[in-house]
Design a protein. Structure first.
Length: 688
């Protein structure tokens, strides 16, 4: 709570005093109850409250941590009190006081909505600053990533071995502006390229496709440079579908281009497709979707392929004179209607990817950088990512990954791009420079495609549904994003991060205290399957946090002309404390005259997942976690039952079977040798 004057503070204290006197005669509540009762707790800011998170992480928890005679160079932010002119006077006054104490201000920025100073001085100086009510925060200046320029200058002799992928390695097709496959690190990776239509030509003049291809081929390109190892694990196909100006062909329909390209490379054995493209004129506002979205969903289902799609990029445009809105309104502007997903990112059978800021670096080439600020912190949604939800409020994007960051420069009242805060990848004009950096959801998307290919390498027979389920089951939103978005509500986290960042290793393995079970299956319409989930006694009886995570993926028929886009709907529940016969009896179709009313299933037998069913059931990719922090009752037994249901909506009678994959993960924070104990049990599926 910030007061702009002593008079306002005095008035607040008077109201607080009136509230403390209790309920006046003839009234139901104390005076000012609507204001005061809403406050859980309050106290004046203490000096330690003004210490920034980076300083605290470095051990500066209290003012006493600043050695009295040691020298420090730190950034100081002042409260946004008064007019810009008044705050400038405040800076001048503070500067004079600092000099008297042996300190100095080497740079300052007094904007319309924030004031920042670069201050030098001893520990004694900063202990004094922490006591000033005008000081909002003191923290370390951002550190320069000094390796960036050196890495960008790497030559063919600097990057070590460039090895072709194994013959049986999985493949990714990049549908984009093409690829310049003669690039030294791509020449052994690109197996084939083609244009749709052929009149688009073969070279990547625009450069976007080559940058996307580098990440699709190697994942973390910077890591490859630093390790001097470009040993490829992925084959790459390139389908050029946009011209050198970044537009689709004038004479061809986009759905026909997608159909021709995906079918062509599928016939070559490709199972994973990357689409870092979107329709900037089609912001999804709810309701029916377009043809581009529908054709991708149809192809994903028909061909059993994984299509990974970018959310699209949002460009925030503050009103004239309010450029600092880039900083001050972040991240709320990412949740506005104008920043919703672009088509075809709303597709239900595709995997949609948003962007997270992986760096928040301010270059320090000169002292005048205090006016330059990263908009997002590391792990927060990138300032250009787009938000869900998807069709029928389905959770979209499905995943997020590293896509770069942008910075606000108060001196120019606009955005600045720095290589230090962008993603490393391959340069299209490789004769000038082998590597470059870029930002955008376009570059988060091939990271996910690359991870999918690594999972496919472990499970070469996996369906696209299983790939989606395993990836999402391994994902968690970054803690920084959760913290930043918390007061916007849980929906904001889902709408910007989806289920989070996937981990290819976690997706494709179990370990000592984390066991992954899965089924890649087919189910009849209006039927249900019951899977036994083994719950070892040690899992339920050993104290500690225990999680059961379930992820379901399916690929129903779709029709964009219908309001109910999905022709089939599926869902899951986890039941405990019941016998198999009771579970089947509860879920089976009933003839009331013969079978009677359906039996009741008390709430305690139904495992409570987050997110809840009403939130997750709208999509074809559903993941939720049941957490146990206390030991469950003995009556719940050592076998839980996962019920997977399939319901016909509008599909024709001749559509009899629906493909799906379900993943169950058991994890315990205590070492109970969970994998070994589950392995002794047998998973049984009973159809009903």
């Amino acid at each position: 709570m910030l007061f702009s004057s002593d008079a306002e503070l005095t008035e607040f204290r008077a109201r607080l005093s009136a509230y403390e006197k209790g309920i006046p005669e003839g009234q139901k509540n104390p005076q000012y109850a609507s204001l005061i009762a809403a406050i859980e707790d309050f106290a004046p800011l203490a000096p330690e409250d003004r210490i920034g998170s980076v300083l605290k992480a470095d051990g500066f928890e209290t003012p006493e941590a600043f050695a009295l005679t040691s020298f420090y160079r730190l950034d100081v932010e002042l409260w946004e009190v008064g007019t810009q002119s008044e705050r400038m006077d405040q800076v001048n006054q503070l500067h004079a006081q600092l000099r008297e104490r042996g300190g100095d201000i080497t740079d300052y920025y007094v904007g319309t909505s924030f004031t920042a100073l670069r201050v030098t001085g001893t520990g004694s100086t900063f202990r004094w600053l922490l006591t000033l009510p005008t000081v909002r925060m003191i923290d370390t200046p951002p550190e320069l990533d000094e390796d960036v320029e050196q890495l960008l200058e790497a030559t063919i002799t600097d990057i070590g071995g460039i090895n072709a992928p194994p013959a049986d390695a999985p493949a990714i097709t990049v549908l984009d502006s093409g690829v310049n496959e003669a690039h030294p690190v791509l020449v052994n990776v690109v197996a084939e390229k083609a244009s749709f239509p052929a009149t688009l030509g073969n070279t990547d003049e625009r450069g976007h496709g080559t940058k996307v291809s580098g990440i699709a081929a190697y994942g973390d390109v910077r890591d490859c440079i630093e390790r001097n190892d470009f040993s490829a694990r992925i084959h790459l196909f390139s389908g050029k579908v946009v011209n050198d100006q970044g537009n689709f062909d004038d004479l061809k329909l986009v759905p026909s281009q997608m159909d021709a390209a995906i079918r062509h490379f599928h016939s070559r054995g490709c199972r994973i497709f990357n689409l870092s493209l979107g329709d900037r004129n089609s912001i999804y506002a709810g309701g029916k979707v377009g043809m581009w979205t529908n054709v991708l969903d149809e192809l994903a289902r028909e061909l059993d392929v994984l299509i990974v799609v970018a959310t699209g990029n949002y460009e925030h445009l503050p009103a004239n004179g309010k450029s600092e809105d880039h900083l001050n309104a972040y991240p709320s502007y990412l949740l506005k209607p104008q920043s919703r997903l672009l088509e075809p990112a709303v597709g239900e059978n595709v995997l949609t990817v948003g962007a997270i800021a992986h760096a928040a670096v301010v270059p320090t080439h000169n002292p005048g950088t205090v006016s330059v600020r990263p908009i997002a912190k590391v792990g927060e949604p990138a300032p250009f990512t787009r938000s869900g939800p998807g069709i029928r409020n389905a959770i979209k994007p499905d995943l997020c990954d590293e896509g770069g960051n942008v910075l606000f420069d108060g001196m120019v009242q606009g955005l600045s791009r720095y290589s230090e805060s962008e993603i490393f990848t391959t340069h299209a004009r490789y004769l000038e420079r082998l590597f470059t950096t870029a930002k955008g959801t376009s570059y988060a998307t091939p990271l996910v495609a690359y991870k999918a290919a690594l999972v496919l390498q472990v499970f070469p027979e996996a369906s696209a549904n299983l790939l989606r389920a395993l990836l999402v089951n391994s994902a968690h939103p970054p803690e920084a994003a959760i913290e930043r978005l918390r007061h916007f509500g849980d929906a904001s986290i889902r709408n910007l991060c989806g289920y989070g960042i996937a981990n290819a290793t976690v997706a494709s393995t179990s370990d000592t205290n984390r066991v992954v079970l899965y089924a890649d299956d087919v189910i009849g319409l209006d039927r249900f399957y019951v899977y036994e989930v083994p719950i070892p006694r040690e899992f339920s009886e050993t104290k500690g946090v225990r999680n059961i995570r379930v992820t379901l993926a399916y690929d129903p028929p779709t029709r964009h002309t219908r309001a109910d886009y999905l022709g089939v709907e599926m869902s899951f529940r986890l039941v405990r404390g019941k016998r198999l016969e009771e579970v089947i009896d509860f879920y089976k179709k009933r003839n009331k005259e013969i079978d009677g009313e359906a039996p009741e299933l008390e709430g305690k037998y139904d495992c409570t997942f987050e997110p809840k069913s009403r939130v997750r059931k709208c999509g074809t990719l559903q993941s939720a976690t049941f957490t146990m922090s206390r030991n469950p009752a003995a009556e719940y037994g050592e076998t839980y039952y996962l019920v997977v249901r399939c319901e016909r909506k509008w599909v024709a009678d001749d559509f009899l079977k629906q493909r799906f994959a379900v993943v169950v993960e058991l994890s315990h924070e205590i070492d109970i040798r969970l994998y070994e104990r589950v392995r002794q049990r047998v998973q049984v599926r009973v159809s009903a």
